[in-house]
Design a protein. Structure first.
Lengths: 322, 330
C-alpha cells in the first residue's frame, strides 16, 4: 500500500500566499476507487474527524495487512480550506456556498475553480461520500439524503452504511448546483451524509459511520473480503416528504428542549418550550404533532419566528421499517 | 400616520419588527407598479432612491406638486431586509441566509421563507414589478435594466426607464430562486434593475435611477404633469451574447481609473494588476473588444478568475464563461 499527500488545485491569493486543496491517497491494488469529501462548509467539522479516523485505520492496515486494500481510497477533508481556517460556512471573500457552485468552471472565480478541480479529481470513482454536519443550529442523527432521481442506485448502498435514517427527497427539490447532483448526473455515485451539528465533533457518530463506510467499501471490493470489521448495528428508517413533520417556532425567544435527541415521541407530547429571558412565563409550548421519532433537534437556543426546532418522522414509517 | 407593513414579526430580544412599505395613490384598485429594494441589506442606492420616490409621490398625492397627478396605485418597499440594513449585512443576519435565494417562499417555513412569501404576496397583484439591486461590495454596475428570458412586452417596456442600458441575460440556476423569477409566474411585466455598488450611496447613480423611475411612471401613464429631463441620452439594448466579461488570470492588487458608462475601443486599458508585495506591475488589463463599460471591479484585492469588468458589445461574443457570474449582486 502506498500513501501520498498531494493537492488537486493551487491558486494564488492577492497578497503572497497560496490556496491549496489537499488530499490523502491510499493506493492498494487495482480494485475500485472510492473517495470521502468533507469540509465543503467551513463550519461543519464532523467529516474532518471521519477523515482522520479513516486515515488512522488505513495507516494501521498498511502496517498489519497491506494487501487488505484492494483498491484506492482518497480523502479530501477540506474542500473549503479558507472557510475552515477562518471559521466561516461559506467561501470567505466570495460569500458563496461552495455546495451551490458545482460543477464549476476552470476559468471561473475561485469557488468555481475549486469545484471544477474537485469534479475532475472525483470523476469515475466507484463511490463518493460527501459528509456534512448540519449547521450550528440543528443536531442530526447520522443519515443519508438521497434524491429520488438517483434512489435506485444509491438506496441499496445507503442501507449498508450503519446509519439511522435514509431521507428520500422529491425530484422537484433537487439542488442542481450541489456536488451530489453534479456527480450523480455524470455517473459517479455520490452519497450525502448528514450527522451531528456544526462547529462540533461527535465521536460516537464518527464510530458508527466509520463502521458503515468500511462495510460498503468491502462490499464494493475496495477492501479485502476477509478483513474482519465491526458488526453493523444500525438499520436505517426510510423518511420522505410524506412522513417528515417540521416544527417551526411560533414566536421568537429561547427554545429549551425537554427531550433527548433521537427518542420516540407521542402525539401531543411536550418537546420543549420557547421562553423569554425577560420574564418567567412561557411564550410557546412545542408539542409533537404525531407519534414518531425525533431525528432533528435544535441545538442553538435563540429562535426567530419560523426557526426550525425539530423534525419528527411519523410512527407508521418507523413501524413499517421494523 | 403609521405606514402599512407587509410582515410583522417578533424578535428574540429586541423590539418586534416589521417590514413597512408605502402604499400610494388609493388602496382599492390593484397596484399599477410595485417597487422593491433592499432585499440585500448592503445595497443602499435602491433604498435611498425608493424612499425619495415615495416622498415625491406622496407629495403628488398630497397636492404639493401642482399640476402633477398620480393615476394609479404604487407600492414601494424601500428595504425588505430591515435588520440587514440596520446591521450592515447583505444577508438575513440571524441565520446568514440570502433572502433572494428563498423565493417563492413559504408562509409556515423558516424566517426568510416567510419574508419571501410576504414580499411576493404584496407585489403579486401589481402589473409592473421592479426589483432594484446594487451589485455587491466589490463591483459597480452602470444603472441598467436586466432581463432574463423576457417576453416581447417586457423587451419593449424595459426601454421606458430610459436607463443607459437594457441587458438581456440567459436564465441560470441562481436566478430561479430570486424574487425576479418568482414574479414570472404572476403575469404582468417584471424587471430587475442594477445600479451602482453595495455599501455606499452614489449620488450620480441615484439621480439617474430616480429620473428613470419618474420617466417610467410618466411613460406608462401612471404619473402625469411632469416634465422629463432631457439630459439622458437614448439607452442601448444588448441582447443575449452581447456581454463580454473580463476575467483576471492573475492575483494581486487591481487598480482602475475607469468609470462605468464609458465607451471603450478594443485595446483600451481598463486597469492594472500589481504585485501587492513587490509593487511591480504584473499585468495590464486591456479590453479585447469595443463596447460600453457596464460594470467595473472596485475591490482591489484580486484572486485568479475574478471578474474585472463587463463590456456590452455591438457584435455578438461567446458568453458561455459568464453564466456562473450572473448571481453577482442579485
Amino acid at each position: 500500500m502506498q500513501i501520498d499527500h498531494d493537492s488537486i488545485l493551487t491558486l494564488e491569493l492577492p497578497y503572497r500566499e497560496r490556496l491549496q486543496v489537499h488530499r490523502t491517497v491510499f493506493q492498494g491494488g487495482a480494485g475500485p476507487r472510492v473517495a470521502v469529501v468533507a469540509g465543503i462548509h467551513g463550519d461543519e467539522l464532523e467529516g474532518l474527524y471521519v477523515c482522520h479516523r479513516l486515515a488512522a485505520w488505513l495507516e494501521e492496515l498498511a502496517l498489519t495487512r497491506p494487501d487488505g486494500l484492494r483498491g484506492r481510497v482518497e480523502l479530501y477533508p477540506a474542500l473549503n480550506p479558507l472557510g475552515i481556517d477562518t471559521l466561516q460556512r461559506f467561501v470567505p471573500v466570495f460569500d458563496t456556498d461552495l455546495n451551490r457552485n458545482f460543477p464549476g468552471h476552470r476559468e471561473g472565480m475561485l469557488p468555481q475553480r475549486i469545484t471544477e478541480a474537485v469534479m475532475r479529481a472525483l470523476a469515475g470513482a466507484a463511490l463518493v461520500l460527501d459528509i456534512h454536519a448540519s449547521n450550528v443550529f440543528l443536531r442530526e442523527i447520522p443519515q443519508v439524503r438521497i434524491n429520488q432521481e438517483s434512489a435506485a442506485t444509491l438506496v441499496p448502498l445507503a442501507r449498508q452504511m450503519n446509519i439511522d435514517v435514509i431521507w428520500l427527497h422529491g425530484a422537484l427539490t433537487v439542488l442542481e448546483a450541489t456536488i451530489a447532483h453534479s456527480l450523480n448526473s455524470r455517473g459517479t455515485p455520490c452519497l450525502v451524509v448528514e450527522m451531528g451539528v456544526g462547529m462540533r465533533i461527535t465521536p460516537a457518530f464518527t464510530d458508527q459511520l466509520m463502521t458503515g463506510i468500511l462495510h460498503v467499501w468491502q462490499a464494493l471490493g475496495v477492501l479485502a473480503a476477509d478483513l474482519p470489521l465491526a458488526e453493523l448495528a444500525h438499520q436505517p428508517l426510510l423518511a420522505d416528504d410524506s412522513n417528515v413533520h417540521y416544527l417551526n417556532a411560533e414566536t421568537s425567544g429561547l427554545f429549551v428542549p425537554e427531550v433527548e435527541h433521537w427518542t420516540s415521541v407521542q402525539r401531543g407530547q411536550r418537546l420543549g418550550r420557547i421562553v423569554s429571558p425577560h420574564e418567567g412565563g412561557m411564550l410557546s409550548e412545542v408539542r409533537s404533532p404525531v407519534d414518531g421519532v425525533l431525528f432533528t433537534l435544535r441545538e442553538y437556543p435563540v429562535v426567530y419566528e419560523g426557526s426550525l426546532m425539530a423534525r419528527i418522522m411519523a410512527v407508521a414509517a418507523v413501524e413499517a421499517a421494523q | 400616520m403609521k405606514p402599512p407593513a407587509l410582515l410583522s414579526m417578533t424578535a428574540p430580544l429586541r423590539e418586534d419588527f416589521e417590514i413597512a412599505y408605502h402604499d400610494i395613490g388609493g388602496a382599492d384598485a390593484p397596484p399599477k407598479l410595485a417597487l422593491v429594494a433592499g432585499i440585500h441589506g448592503d445595497e443602499l442606492n435602491g433604498v435611498f432612491v425608493l424612499s425619495r420616490l415615495a416622498h415625491f409621490l406622496s407629495g403628488v398625492v398630497g397636492g404639493r406638486q401642482p399640476g402633477q397627478r398620480l393615476n394609479g396605485r404604487v407600492i414601494i418597499v424601500p428595504a425588505v431586509n430591515v435588520l440587514g440594513v440596520n446591521t450592515r449585512n447583505r444577508r438575513w443576519p440571524f441565520d446568514g441566509t440570502d433572502i433572494n435565494r428563498m423565493f417563492p417562499g413559504y408562509n409556515a417555513g423558516e424566517t426568510t421563507q416567510r419574508i419571501a412569501h410576504a414580499v411576493l404576496e404584496l407585489t403579486r397583484p401589481a402589473h409592473y414589478r421592479v426589483d432594484i439591486h446594487s451589485s455587491n461590495l466589490d463591483f459597480e454596475e452602470l444603472p441598467q435594466v436586466r432581463l432574463y428570458e423576457p417576453h416581447d412586452g417586457e423587451r419593449g417596456t424595459a426601454r421606458l426607464f430610459g436607463l443607459p442600458a437594457v441587458i438581456e441575460r440567459p436564465m441560470n440556476t441562481i436566478f430561479t430562486s430570486t424574487l425576479g423569477h418568482a414574479w414570472r409566474a404572476c403575469g404582468g411585466q417584471n424587471f430587475v434593475i442594477q445600479a451602482g455598488q453595495a455599501g455606499v450611496v452614489q449620488p450620480a447613480h441615484c439621480d439617474r435611477l430616480f429620473r428613470a423611475l419618474v420617466a417610467f411612471l410618466w411613460r406608462t401613464g401612471i404619473l402625469t404633469g411632469v416634465a422629463l429631463s432631457d439630459e439622458d441620452e437614448e439607452g442601448q439594448y444588448f441582447g443575449v451574447g452581447h456581454t463580454l466579461p473580463l476575467i483576471s488570470e492573475h492575483a494581486g492588487l487591481f487598480i482602475s481609473r475607469c468609470d462605468v458608462g464609458r465607451w471603450v475601443q478594443a485595446g483600451d486599458i481598463i486597469g492594472q494588476v500589481y504585485d501587492g508585495f513587490a509593487g511591480e506591475l504584473r499585468h495590464e488589463i486591456k479590453t479585447p473588444a469595443a463596447g460600453l463599460l457596464s460594470g467595473i471591479r472596485r475591490q482591489p484585492l484580486l484572486y485568479e478568475g475574478d471578474l474585472l469588468a463587463r463590456i456590452q458589445t455591438r457584435q455578438a461574443v461567446a458568453e458561455g464563461v459568464d453564466t456562473y457570474l450572473h448571481g453577482q449582486g442579485q
